[in-house]
Design a protein around this ligand. Structure first.
Ligand SMILES: Cc1cc2nc3c(=O)[nH]c(=O)nc-3n(C[C@H](O)[C@H](O)[C@H](O)COP(=O)(O)OP(=O)(O)OC[C@H]3O[C@@H](n4cnc5c(N)ncnc54)[C@H](O)[C@@H]3O)c2cc1C
Length: 392
């Protein structure tokens, strides 16, 4: 990594995960001078199932084929450890990668588009001046006309700038077992989701090229029990917790749309830094790519003096995500209270096809749109922020 000597850029992007690197890529493609920084040295890993949904893939302006390890065509949904066998998918809806590979690949695309990248560089603070934000980077001050905060779940800059700071989080614990440690009959072409055991979430088993990823996640209060959930999951697959390497926990920030503005003046937050993980599916890469694309658009408008601030970004994100999140919150609460019913609905032909279509990013069917409308109306009648806070 070479430190840049320039003292000003059109845009600085803090954090080089999927949200930050794709925002930086789009800004550079739009003609902006961009500095992308990350406090970690790259390539770096990140606790994640590494499942990129079809709807997320569709948002990317380039293919990620070089870092895709498998494309499962079978899916098993389990209720409380009970095995029913996998179901054949009509067509794939997730592409499996490893975050160490994906994130480095996305940064490479950004650099090829003209972005200056510094890893091992932490954003220490931000001063907002009349000429734009001044960002503190390891003892240097670098000025920009717009700052994109993409620091993920553990960053502090969004909160410091008064942007959305999610109060609701899921926690997850995951680890990897090499194929020598799992029984030979494990279906390498399928992946498994188990519901009904971890409150506010689920357990997953995702086969990758040279290992299997086992994970569990749920409401924050599940934290102390995650190890036991993971142990039981491993045992039900004929392996043991002791056989997992790289055991790591991490947060999934949710509910950002309920906790404040995503943009103000010349600063905005994208991806996990804005609390945009889907409450039901727990995937955040779709939201990272989507918010990154909307952020780049708002920033290019600002840089071209078509607008005076980044405020339009907040409305754009809400316009794309709010209704779907309402349905997700409802589904999450329903899953918690009635896991057996949720299992039956998802496993039924109609439920499974609706979920598959949504995750694949297919045009919603009339039935899906009706369901979304009913879900949203029901959610708005039944739940408030306070209900959600109590549930968590
Ligand atoms: C266990 C687990 C499993 C998951 N599985 C999936 C899945 O299968 N599919 C899916 O779509 N989503 C999944 N998610 C969610 C997904 O990982 C996140 O939503 C996604 O990584 C968000 O991307 P991001 O770019 O916003 O943040 P991140 O990927 O977290 O990137 C943030 C970056 O900011 C950097 N940073 C932080 N602070 C600073 C600072 N002060 N200065 C400079 N840099 C900083 C960090 O080093 C990091 O590289 C999972 C999450 C967890 C915890």
């Amino acid at each position: 990594m070479t430190r840049v000597s320039r003292t000003s850029f059109d845009a600085i992007v803090a954090g080089a995960g999927p949200a930050g690197s794709t925002t930086a890529y789009r800004l550079a493609r739009g003609g902006a001078s961009v500095l992308l920084v990350d406090r970690a040295r790259f390539p770096r890993d990140k606790p994640c199932g590494g499942a990129v949904t079809g709807r997320a893939l569709r948002l990317l302006p380039f293919s990620i084929d070089p870092v895709v390890e498998s494309v499962p065509d079978r899916f098993e949904l389990r209720l409380r450890g009970e095995r029913r066998g996998g179901q054949q998918l009509d067509s794939p809806f997730v592409w499996i990668t490893q975050r160490r590979l994906l994130d480095a690949f996305l940064v490479e695309q950004a650099v090829a588009a003209g972005v200056r990248f510094e890893d091992g560089t932490r954003v220490g603070g931000v001063e907002e001046t009349a000429d734009g934000p001044v960002v503190e980077l390891a003892g240097r001050s670098v000025r920009c006309r717009a700052l994109i905060v993409a620091e993920g779940a553990n960053g502090t800059t969004s909160r410091a700038l008064g942007l959305a700071a999610p109060r609701l989080r899921n926690v997850a614990l995951e680890g990897n077992a090499s194929y020598e440690r799992v029984p030979a009959q494990l279906d390498r072409r399928g992946f498994t989701i188990e519901i009904g055991t971890v409150s506010g979430g689920y357990a997953w088993v995702v086969p990758k090229r040279d290992h299997v990823n086992f994970g569990v996640g749920g409401w924050e209060r599940e934290g102390p029990f995650l190890r036991d959930h993971l142990r039981r999951l491993c045992e039900s697959f004929g392996t043991s917790l002791d056989d997992l390497s790289d055991l790591r926990g991490h947060r999934l920030p949710m509910g950002g749309l309920h906790t404040g503005r995503l943009a103000r003046g010349r600063v905005l937050a994208v991806g996990d830094a804005a609390g945009l993980v889907d409450p039901f599916s727990g995937d955040g890469m779709y939201e990272a790519f989507l918010s990154g694309s909307l952020a780049a658009q708002a920033t290019l408008d600002l840089l071209a003096a078509r607008v005076r601030d980044l405020d339009a970004y907040d409305a754009a994100v809400r316009g794309h995500l709010a209704a779907g999140f309402d349905v997700s919150w409802l589904a999450k609460l329903a899953l918690d209270r009635f896991p057996g019913l949720a299992y039956a609905v998802i496993r039924s032909g109609v439920g499974r096809r609706l979920a598959e279509r949504a995750l694949r990013g297919d045009e919603p069917s009339a039935a899906a749109e009706r369901l979304a409308r009913t879900g949203t109306a029901l959610f708005r009648r039944l739940a408030s922020d306070a209900t959600l806070a109590r549930a968590a």
